[in-house]
Design a protein around this ligand. Structure first.
Ligand SMILES: Cc1cc2nc3c(=O)[nH]c(=O)nc-3n(C[C@H](O)[C@H](O)[C@H](O)COP(=O)(O)OP(=O)(O)OC[C@H]3O[C@@H](n4cnc5c(N)ncnc54)[C@H](O)[C@@H]3O)c2cc1C
Ligand code: FES
Ligand code: FES
Length: 1342
């Protein structure tokens, strides 16, 4: 073995030779940091860091390899964050910069995703582009199935995916059509729901983009695979390559013999193939391997051998290759032989995303023996064998329960290598199946999965062999061996099923405190899967031998079949710009996001993309591991002695400046939550800082009480400030008059912002006059400026805060960002060097808090006809350990809880609970999504009590025409009612309701649900009037170009695009002549936070005023030379000493709220809307599918319909996630478990409704606002609860059929667990239940 060879690969067509490669380096940081390539420096920052663990797709690149045997080049997508650079020898890497740029030529994929409005904050876009690009390299005219499959591993938090799908569809052969006959109908046949779509009078909406102008896809224009790499591959080096780093050695054997030698020499070294198991373990679990063996192109590991009775698959084949092989085989062989292969394909369809499937190897998957492996349970029941090899020779090991439990007698010895896996054909009368249920349909580890196989004696129907194994219910795959043994010889009937369920539950015993929680759900899934298998097999038996086997009862058949749907279809309807409007006036037109193309080419610069400053340092935080404890001691010596460590800041260093507003920066003496910042380690590099942070030793002594939940806070009277109250009418009197009174409560979980760009900041001391520049990803630069000035004890004029763009914020980049920025700036100031701080995803989720969990209690007095006459509501939110904005969230929740309803007598009160959790903060909607859900739950319950439909009760109680809100603000609800009526009509509500009822009557195990909710979203700042002011600065230069600056932050919503539209209209100047560089406290001082749906509203009015002032000033010049150009006018103004620079100012909407009196005018206007959603649930697994959503919104006059539709649908999908799958889990000690995309599931492409129809009401006058437009950033989130209530409806249908009375007690999010457990049946009754208090649960509901 030769040490230190050169690592050779290509990046974007350029050769890279690395002489001193560190094997610990992953491709992502390698690309993003400075490197010298052939005398040129490259920094490819287009590839983004989103999670570092393969779960988000932001770092997707294409890797191409030449196979000398097949003579083909394989292009596959890969997560750069998990790709060790040493594994890239001989490959060609293509990043987003390599396929196109504005400086050369943009690629059609880049162009179309931008022009179809598929980018908002743009942070996910390079990853999306590379996934699509790679697909097109392999399939230039892909099907929609292939497209959605290719994007399954890419998350986007902004767009809601619809526009990305639209962009992709333009590459499909038949782009307009769903290309399938789902449910027997194609979209062109008039609706996937087998029902007429929109009503006849609906005109087709104007298009948001024109396909005709797109660049054609020309495969001949792509980068060629470097011929040098082909020659290298044809003449493979016969020598192992060894790369030695500071701590790790990487050995890449190129022949089997060398591999065995290496394994002999280093038996403990892992054999790294895809690195998707070893990589995350090293990164997140602190596992370290001093030696890694990574075979390179060893052909024996890639074998695909078709044998007499089965297939032998090389351990080195990627899961994607296995999928391709199996897909091919099932086409060619008779069904009875391919039962196992079909079941494997079923699991492979949803296993991870496309990137991971292409990186991960079959061998790595099997050998990892993850407890939730999707393939091992199936391989274990299918009599598979492992072919293993060492220097001692070959042997075969059965892939069985003993192997999976790592029993030494059944495992590989440390010197052995897994070469291949033999997967036998199934036999006649043998049936194999696989099942899985996860929090999200795709790219989510299973909660429980299973492989099942039965073999019958020919014709006699008696069980000869039975194998059942489960994943997710133990430390590894568990085989129910004894149960299976006891069932041998029994006929396949219901008695057998019943016995099987009981035996399995007895054998696979899952303790109440099992890791992962959801214990009763897991138990139920085990038997539900068994039931599904029973039915599947019964159905086939019946088909094979109709005489012998009874027909399945019709109602049972619905237990079979998946809910997955892949074909997305959407319509968008908005009002076109007024035909009388000047063609160059961009207002009202669907203009592409100003940065759209740059997002897609990777040229858009985010905070961490900024080049390193000379002598820059990195700062990382050490956070508390206890929720409520005294800090007894802190030992920093170990950390300080490590190389590269410059300093460690504690509260002592910040003495006297250690807090700002409500927030303490670094913990003093005690900690109040896990994740609280305790100290900050500053080192020369990120790696050194992270290593040192692990060496900081803190001794804690726990303090009492530990308060985590809302209930505990109530019990301990632990609140922030006094309660907020609002009362309207005479509630007590009204309660005396009503027919019925009900009392109820609902709990709603929190939500993680999951902005794709984590918290990022760079503080640069200017070296003069104590000046400090702070580049930061924030929504509130002024606040950061103030916090930094305060910690540095300098006036604000010494601190400048700059924000070019933010990769998503949603409310999460305000207070916590200021704390971290202040500490970073303190460090920079102390050392006189620039300091960068970029949080990892896990740190970000742990530290920053999110949406407040809520407990809502209500007491409603109502008449039998559904009229609610009295309502009493209590709101409690879980504020966490510091006040943050918790009280303001409570206020907004109370002011907005009436939603669309007139409650003539209302009393509501709210309190923010102080708990030992990271402080919760603003998140899109700011209390409304929680308050609205509580109200809608109450309405649903009232409807049930009255025997009326929820929509009927909604209409009965809805505001009609002019009225007043509980805080006595006037409201004209005409448009609310119109939205509701249009939504009911466009969704064909009543027809579909009948269809749903028919479906439910015919299907026992699948149920559909339909729900419609109205929306009245008040826009304004409550009593915080001063927060509504805004300013803008407009300069005209002598060449006639304009520079616009304003106080709003571009965080994906497209505010800069809208501001340029405004300036363009006002100045009658083409948009191309106007530039906007970003936001800075230097140009617009004292700007307010960007949030609350008002960023474009208020800043637009300031820009408008600036432009109008300028025009007025120039009017004499312009009128003298009306045919002149802006260049002429600017020059003339200059010559006449007229200033060409103007500040525009908007003092904010008048707003006030007197909480003492309970009245005011806290809001400027209301956004109205309605959404109707239909879902289907699988009662046996709890899975749900979003079939269709119709949204109608009154958004006034849209300044940019493309951006506005983007806001509505993006918010809707975020809301859908909030109410259905996004679930935060905390341990009973207050530790957040869910710290990355692998544990916390935001909606992915598989979650969006199969059909999505969005339409806007025709514009209506809204005199005070910018061109009568309305702010839309937040309102759509609440509409996601239409999915919640549709699921609720489906669950009710299931329960009704099962004879269960009353409404189920459901809480948000309505996860598969809650859906399944609410659909009670014989299986839920069968499972063992643990006595509460008899065990310590894995998690607590906060
Ligand atoms: C984001 C993400 C999502 C995922 N989602 C899913 C999912 O939905 N369902 C699911 O089942 N799994 C999922 N996984 C897990 C994934 O399937 C495994 O990580 C993967 O299959 C491991 O393969 P690998 O080649 O990357 O293994 P590596 O990390 O390269 O190696 C893993 C282990 O296997 C050993 N090994 C590998 N090859 C050999 C060999 N030939 N001989 C001996 N030992 C060997 C190594 O020594 C090492 O210990 C996911 C992983 C990630 C990162
Ligand atoms: S950063 Fe690589 S997948 Fe998220
Ligand atoms: S545009 Fe996709 S995450 Fe922002």
């Amino acid at each position: 073995m030769d040490p230190a060879p050169e690592l050779l690969f290509y990046v974007n067509g350029r050769k890279v030779i690395e002489k001193n490669v560190d094997p610990e380096t992953m491709l992502l940081p390698y690309l993003r940091k400075n490197h010298i390539l052939f005398f040129a420096s490259i920094r490819l920052t287009g590839t983004k860091y989103g999670c570092g663990g393969g779960g988000c797709g932001a770092c997707t690149v294409m890797i191409s390899r030449y196979d000398p045997i097949t003579k083909r080049i394989r292009h596959h997508p890969a997560n750069a964050c998990l790709t060790p650079i040493c594994s890239l020898y001989g490959t060609a890497v293509t990043t987003v910069e390599g396929i196109g740029s504005t400086k050369t030529r943009i690629h059609p994929v880049q162009e179309r995703i931008a022009k179809c409005h598929g980018t908002q904050c743009g942070f996910c876009t390079p990853g999306m582009v590379m996934s699509i690009y790679t697909l097109l390299r392999n399939h230039p005219e892909p099907t929609l199935d292939q497209l959605t499959e290719a994007l399954g591993g890419n998350l986007c938090r902004c767009t809601g995916y619809r526009p990305i799908i639209d962009a992709c569809k333009t590459f499909c052969k038949t782009s307009g059509c769903c290309q399938g006959k789902e449910n027997g109908v194609c979209c062109l046949d008039g609706g996937i729901n087998e029902l007429p779509e929109l009503e006849a009078e609906d005109e087709t909406s104007p298009k948001l983009f024109s396909e005709e102008l797109f660049l054609p896809l020309d495969p001949t224009q792509e980068l060629i695979f470097p011929p040098e790499l082909m020659i290298m591959a044809e003449k493979p080096l016969q020598k192992t390559r060894v790369f030695g780093g500071e701590r790790m050695m990487w050995i890449s054997p190129v022949t089997l013999k060398e591999l065995l030698e290496a394994k002999f020499k280093y038996p403990q070294a892992p054999v790294v193939m895809g690195n998707t198991s070893v990589g995350p373990a090293m990164k997140f679990k602190g596992v370290f391997h001093p030696v890694i063996i990574s075979p390179d192109k060893i052909k024996e590991l890639s074998v695909i051998s078709h044998e007499l009775n089965g297939l032998t698959l090389g351990a080195g084949l990627s899961l994607a290759q296995v999928k391709d092989v199996l897909s091919d085989v099932v086409q060619k062989l008779p069904e009875e032989k391919t039962q196992t292969y079909r079941a494997l394909l079923r699991q492979l369809r949803t296993l991870a995303g496309s990137q991971i499937r292409n990186m991960a190897s079959l061998g790595g998957h099997i050998m990892s023996r993850h407890l939730d492996s999707d393939l091992n349970p199936l391989l274990a029941v299918s009599n598979c064998t492992l072919n293993v090899l060492s220097r001692e020779g070959k042997r075969q090991i059965p892939l069985n329960d003993q192997f999976l439990s790592k029993s030494p007698s059944a495992d590989l010895s440390p010197q052995e290598i897994l070469i291949s896996v033999y997967v036998p054909f199934s036999r006649k009368w043998e049936f194999v199946s696989a099942f899985r249920q996860a929090q999200r349909q795709q790219n989510a580890l299973a909660i429980v999965n299973s492989g099942m196989r039965v073999f019958f004696g020919e014709g006699d129907g008696l069980i000869r062999e039975l194998s059942i194994s489960y994943g997710g219910v133990g430390p590894t795959t568990i085989c129910a061996k004894n149960s299976c043994q006891k069932l041998i010889g029994r006929p396949w009937n219901e008695e057998m099923l019943d016995a099987a369920c009981r035996l399995v539950l007895d054998e696979v015993c899952l303790p109440g405190s099992a890791p992962g929680g959801k214990v009763e759900f897991k138990r139920t899934l085990m038997v539900s899967f068994l039931f599904k298998f029973y039915l599947e097999v019964s159905q086939i038996l019946k088909r094979m031998d109709p005489g012998h086997y009874p027909c399945l009862a019709n109602k049972y058949e619905s237990a079979l079949g998946d809910l997955h749907s892949r074909h997305h279809w959407s319509t968008l309807k908005y009002q076109n710009a007024d035909p009388k409007q000047l063609p160059q006036d961009p207002i009202g037109r669907p203009i592409m996001h100003l940065s759209g193309i740059k997002h897609a080419t990777g040229e858009a610069i985010y905070c961490d993309d900024m080049p390193a400053v000379d002598q820059e340092l990195f700062l990382t935080f050490v956070t508390s591991s206890r929720a409520h404890a005294k800090i007894m001691s802190m030992d920093l010596s170990g950390a300080l002695s490590l190389p590269g460590v410059v300093d460690i800041l504690t509260a002592e260093h910040l003495h006297g400046v250690n807090s700002f507003s409500t927030e303490t920066f670094l913990a003093v003496d005690k900690v109040l939550c896990v994740g609280q910042l305790v100290c900050a380690v500053i080192a020369d590099s990120e790696i050194q800082a992270k290593r040192a942070a692990k060496e900081v030793k803190i001794v804690y002594q726990d303090l009492m009480p530990l308060i985590l939940t809302i209930e505990e806070a109530i019990q301990h009277d632990s609140f922030f400030e006094t309660e907020r109250k609002l009362e309207y009418g005479n509630v007590d009197e009204a309660f005396k008059e009503v027919d019925q009174i009900l009392e109820g409560e609902i709990h709603m979980g929190g939500q993680e912002h999951f902005y794709m760009e984590t918290q990022s900041m760079l503080a640069i001391p200017k070296g003069e006059d104590q000046e400090m520049d702070v580049y930061v990803s924030t929504q509130f630069p002024r606040y950061i400026q103030e916090a930094v000035a305060s910690v540095l004890k300098v006036p604000a004029n010494k601190v400048m805060c700059h924000v070019r763009r933010v990769g998503g914020a949603f409310g999460g980049k305000v207070l916590k960002t200021s704390t971290m920025a202040a500490i970073t700036a303190f460090a920079a100031n102390k050392h006189g060097r620039a300091v960068r701080c970029i949080l990892e995803r896990g740190e970000d989720m742990l530290i920053t808090g999110g949406r407040h969990p809520y407990l809502g209690k209500y007491k409603a007095g109502f008449m039998n006809d559904g009229r609610i006459l009295a309502l009493e509501v209590e709101h409690y939110n879980n504020g966490g350990s510091s006040l943050d904005e918790s009280l303001w969230v409570i206020e907004m929740g109370l002011l907005k809880l009436d939603n669309a309803y007139k409650f003539p007598n209302l009393r509501c009160r709210g309190r923010a609970c102080k708990t030992n959790l990271p402080s919760n903060t603003a998140l899109r909607g700011f209390g409304f999504p929680q308050a609205g859900l509580i109200t809608e739950s109450c309405i649903t319950e009232v409807a049930a009590r009255c025997g009326l439909s929820p929509e009927r009760v909604r209409v009965i109680n809805m505001y009609k025409e002019v009225d007043e809100t509980p805080y006595k603000q006037e409201i004209n609800a005409k448009n609310l009612n119109q939205c509701w009526r249009e939504c009911m009509a466009k969704s064909s509500y009543s027809m579909r309701k009948t269809a749903v009822e028919k479906f439910n009557a015919e299907n026992y195990w699948k149920k559909k649900g339909l729900a419609v909710v109205p929306l009245k979203f008040p826009v304004g700042l409550g009593s915080a009037f001063a927060f509504g002011q805004a300013a803008a600065l407009v300069h005209i230069y002598l060449d006639g170009s304009a520079l616009v600056t304003h106080g709003g932050i571009e965080m994906g919503q497209g505010v800069h695009t809208k501001m340029i539209q405004v300036a363009s209209r006002e100045l009658k100047m083409p948009m191309s002549n106007i530039h906007l560089r970003g936001t800075s406290t230097e140009t617009v001082p004292n700007a307010n936070v960007s949030g609350g749906s008002m960023v474009a509203d208020i800043n637009g009015l300031a820009v408008k005023e600036a432009c109008q002032t300028l025009l007025k000033r120039l009017e004499p010049i312009i009128s003298k030379n009306p045919q002149g150009t802006w260049k002429d006018w600017a020059q003339a103004a200059f010559d006449q000493s007229i200033s060409l620079s103007v500040i525009g100012y908007f003092r904010g909407y008048e707003s006030d709220m007197n909480w003492e009196k309970g009245e005011g005018h806290p809001f400027e206007y209301f956004v109205y809307g309605a959404a109707c959603s239909e879902v289907e649930i699988d009662c046996l697994t709890g899975e749900h599918k979003n079939i269709r959503t119709d949204i109608v919104m009154d958004i006034g006059y849209s300044i940019n319909p493309a951006l506005d539709i983007g806001q509505v649908e993006g918010a809707f999908i975020q809301g859908m996630g909030l109410y259905t799958i996004e679930e935060l889990n905390y341990s009973p000690q207050g530790i957040l478990y869910t710290r990355g995309p692998d544990q916390y599931k935001i909606p992915a492409i598989c979650d969006i409704p199969t059909e999505l129809h969005i339409s806007f009401l025709p514009p209506s006058e809204n005199s005070n606002t910018l061109y009568s437009s309305k702010g839309l950033g937040e309102s759509g989130v609440f509409l996601g609860c239409s999915v919640f209530f549709a699921i609720h409806d489906a669950v009710c249908a299931a329960r009704q059929e099962r004879g269960l009375s009353g409404l189920p007690k459901l809480s948000s999010p309505l996860t598969p667990e809650k859906i399944r457990m609410a659909c009670e049946d014989k299986f839920t009754k069968m499972i063992p239940r643990d006595e509460p208090g008899s065990y310590v649960p894995w998690n607590v509901r906060i």
